[in-house]
Design a protein around this ligand. Structure first.
Ligand SMILES: Cc1cc2nc3c(=O)[nH]c(=O)nc-3n(C[C@H](O)[C@H](O)[C@H](O)COP(=O)(O)OP(=O)(O)OC[C@H]3O[C@@H](n4cnc5c(N)ncnc54)[C@H](O)[C@@H]3O)c2cc1C
Length: 317
């Protein structure tokens, strides 16, 4: 009961960064408890993934040859069976769209408590999971007084592990009940405009709901051009269909680490901050001096963006 089981994540033939971060968290937890870190790789090119994930601190990698892409029903069944075989104290999943899709199902089937969106975990008898609330203004520590716990970890919160290891790679023969597989992946479609990778940008001009309407986009685009920056946004802009999904910064968007992040009319909700807090210099333009983004900003302009942005453009020209 001192082992840790973590489930890797991949998409379109590539492991996602969070898989390497899971190793960092998992090996620390396992070491603290004198246990081992088991990693599960479900579906896709499992042997190649196992090679990549054979990292320092991983004891066993369980490969499960079960389809190409993530499938809720298969991941749920396989993870449940692995959990029952290994009997770990902690099940670690990514706090990603996929991870959150099946974490509650597994927790319910195994009857273990689930704590989501962890930014820190400590285990010493009880498990203490740190989460952020109210736009990162408050940290809460959830103490789980149970022998076993499932935790989903927030991506980009831990350093990825990259040092080589010598894990045993073992094929796990999962017993998939096909009649319980109710969902099928029928294809994968890249969102139009996938040519821009905001995670590579050095200077991001990022807009939020403060810009009010799509007709105000050209004003921002003028600033983007004048500063030779890349345009990104908070989620409401994407939800409104004003910018494509690949421009979204945040927990369900991209994690960015530019030299400069200029947040215009963005409040700084925790899900947004999760994607941009690693920026070197953060500048905020916001009418609200108490917006959570102000706690992060290195420089802040407390004013109406419709006054500030034209003045900035004028100054730059
Ligand atoms: C599971 C989940 C995942 C999510 N993932 C993401 C994600 O990846 N990325 C993301 O961004 N959000 C995400 N969200 C949504 C998130 O919770 C917030 O709703 C969102 O980030 C708010 O966007 P915003 O800051 O643009 O809008 P708001 O919170 O509405 O903030 C608008 C800001 O603009 C300011 N403002 C208004 N008018 C002006 C003006 N004229 N001049 C200057 N400032 C002005 C206001 O003071 C305010 O601070 C997620 C939510 C959930 C539940």
């Amino acid at each position: 009961m001192s082992d840790v089981l973590a489930v890797a994540e991949h998409r379109q033939g590539e492991l996602r960064d969070v898989s390497f971060e899971l190793v960092t968290v998992g090996r620390q937890l396992a070491a603290d408890q004198g246990g081992e870190l088991h990693l599960a790789v479900i579906g896709g090119d499992v042997d190649a993934f196992a090679d990549e994930l054979n990292l320092d601190g991983v004891s066993v990698i369980h490969t499960v040859d079960a389809g190409e892409e993530f499938n809720h029903d298969i991941y749920t069944q396989v993870t449940e069976q692995l959990f029952e075989e290994i009997e770990p104290s902690t099940l670690l999943l990514p706090n990603s769209v996929n991870g959150l899709d099946y974490a509650p199902a597994i927790a319910s089937r195994l009857d273990v408590p689930l704590v989501t969106d962890a930014v820190d975990i400590a285990r010493d008898g009880t498990t203490e999971v740190t989460r952020e609330m109210y736009g990162s203004k408050v940290e809460t520590t959830v103490a789980v007084d149970d022998d076993t716990v499932a935790v989903s970890i927030r991506p980009a919160e831990w350093e990825a592990t990259d040092a080589d290891g010598d894990a045993d790679v073992v094929a796990f023969d999962a017993d998939i009940d096909e009649s319980a597989v109710k969902s099928t992946v029928t294809g994968f479609e890249e969102v139009a405009g996938g040519d821009v990778d905001i995670s590579e940008a050095e200077f991001l001009v990022s807009i939020g709901r403060g810009i009010e309407e799509e007709d105000n986009l050209p004003l921002i685009e003028e600033l983007v051009e004048a500063t030779d920056a890349t345009l990104s946004s908070s989620r409401p802009i994407v939800d409104n269909g004003w910018l494509p999904k690949n421009r979204q910064v945040g927990q369900s968007g991209k994690v960015v680490t530019p030299d400069v992040y200029l947040a215009i009319g963005i409040s700084g909700a925790v899900q947004h901050v999760a994607g941009m807090k690693g920026s070197d210099t953060i500048v905020a333009i916001n009418t609200d001096p108490n917006a959570p983004i102000m706690d992060l900003a290195d420089y802040a302009i407390v004013d109406d963006l419709f006054d500030v942005v034209p003045e900035l453009i004028d100054a730059l020209e």
